[in-house]
Design a protein around this ligand. Structure first.
Ligand code: ADP
Length: 437
């Protein structure tokens, strides 16, 4: 019933009185009835005004601008299950015995197969710390927050809030406990990675720093007047300082790339030109390690969408690695490859391969190569001024460029690092770029 429906009977009776008074006065003219009718109609009018006032008083008592009668209806229709289903976080209700009485769809997504209404909650979570806390919640009627590791069967780090609810209809055993769950696995992993990264980076910096301090002390001490040794120590200190500088440069590149990862580049560049520059600059290195470096890319190669500096860094890291690690007398080639059916790469990509016929990489290391500070051979990497961050930088550059890296390797046959990058889309732009070049 709404405000209009409420006024209907009053309007009807008022109209009825007005009509009756008119008829009576017109035909009989009984003068004594006139004040009675007037009194009666005034009372009715007064009642009507009063009822309207009380109606608007109730309206004002409501929070918000909703209609009181509609809200009554809404309240009658409120359904706890519907509300818990609509809340976008995993929620479970358990009774005072610890039996699951309700689980919303989001909790089933978080805990597939191991959550069953009717079972005791300990059949879902067996962690001792969880069971101890549950005991406390059930016996001491407390609201508690807990972080624990759950086997779901994948190990997940879960935060649970136990809240006591006065919902006896859900439990004949008196009282219901709401468990609100949050999957913290990802943020815990990110925290762990951050802390590992800081400790690895500090360790990498501490080693050359300790050598430099040691050399300075030697020069100040017993090598003070030994010119020959002093020169040797100075050159060793220089090497260590260069190592630190490379590490700091790589760390800065990584942090810059992390910031840019969500904003893909818009400009285009020519990979052939970039590879020619790199080949030239690596001539001394290829001589040093006795490795042949060949650029087999066609000169008319389609431009790619990419940041020139970062594409230079990407190929530079891959080619430098092949020169440093493939071993003496190997050949490193840079080639354009065609997309084969079995390779799941989008059509608008160009594949460029850095292939060597050197020592190769044992299979068990391949999937970890792009991790920060991961090296197959620590000593060799340090000897060759490696920071352990080269392939991680490659991976981040490719993430930003929406590209792909595929690593294949066989012991004593060599390694293939295939980079897939998006082609320049606009043909008119391609012609313009070709003319400018
Ligand atoms: P680093 O600074 O040590 O070179 P990277 O991240 O660039 O670090 O490379 C990780 C490791 O991968 C290297 O330490 C090396 O052991 C291995 N590696 C990379 N490229 C090759 C290759 N072409 N042949 C053999 N091993 C390689």
């Amino acid at each position: 019933m709404n405000r209009i429906e409420l006024t209907k009977p009053y309007l009807f009776f008022t109209a009825f009185l007005v009509v009756s008074i008119s008829i009576f006065t017109f035909f009989e003219r009984p003068s004594y009835l006139i004040p009675v009718f007037i009194l009666f109609s005034c009372t009715l009018f007064w009642l009507y005004i009063n009822s309207l006032r009380s109606f608007s008083d109730k309206d004002e008592n409501l929070t918000g601008s909703g209609n009181f009668i509609l809200n009554e209806e809404l309240r009658a229709n409120l359904n706890i299950e519907k509300i818990l289903e609509a809340i976008p976080s995993p929620l479970i209700l358990v009774d005072k015995q610890g039996k699951i009485t309700f689980a919303n769809a989001n909790s089933e997504v978080l805990l597939p197969k191991i959550l069953k209404v009717g079972n005791h909650i300990s059949s879902t979570f067996r962690s001792p710390i969880f069971l101890e806390t549950l005991e406390k919640v059930l016996t001491q009627n407390e609201n508690i927050k807990l972080n624990f590791d759950a086997n779901t069967p994948i190990l997940k780090h879960i935060e649970v809030h136990f809240v006591q609810l006065p919902l006896d209809s859900y439990s004949r055993t008196g009282g219901t406990i709401l468990m609100s769950l949050v999957d913290q696995s990802e943020s815990k992993m990110v925290d762990q990675m951050r802390s590992d990264f800081v400790s690895n980076a500090s360790h990498e910096l501490r080693t050359p720093l300790a050598s430099i301090i040691g050399f300075i002390e030697t020069i100040k001490g017993h090598a003070k007047s030994d010119k020959e040794n002093r020169e040797l120590f100075l050159s060793l200190m220089h090497d260590q300082a260069i190592r630190m500088q490379r590490l700091v440069d790589d760390l800065l590149s990584l942090s810059k790339l992390e910031l840019q990862e969500k904003s893909p580049p818009l400009k285009t560049c020519n990979v052939n030109k970039i590879i020619n520059k790199i080949t030239e600059s690596f001539l001394p290195l290829s001589k040093k390690y006795k490795v042949k470096l060949v650029n087999n890319l066609p000169s008319n190669i389609t431009n790619i969408i990419g940041d020139e500096t970062q594409i230079h860094q990407l190929f530079s890291n891959l080619i430098e690695n092949s020169l440093k690690y493939s071993g003496e007398k190997s050949t490193v080639k840079v080639e354009l490859i065609k997309k084969q059916k079995h390779i799941k790469i989008k059509n608008n990509m160009i594949g460029i391969q850095i292939v060597d016929n050197g020592k190769g990489i044992p299979a068990e290391h391949i999937y970890r190569l792009t991790e920060r500070f991961y090296r197959v051979n620590e000593d060799l990497s340090r000897q060759r001024q490696g920071t352990g961050l080269g392939l991680s930088i490659v991976k981040h550059i490719l993430n930003r460029h929406q590209g792909e890296l595929i690593i294949e390797s066989k012991i004593n046959e060599g390694s293939k690092f295939t980079v897939w990058l998006p082609k320049e889309k606009d043909k008119a732009q391609a012609i313009k770029n070709a003319k400018a070049a």
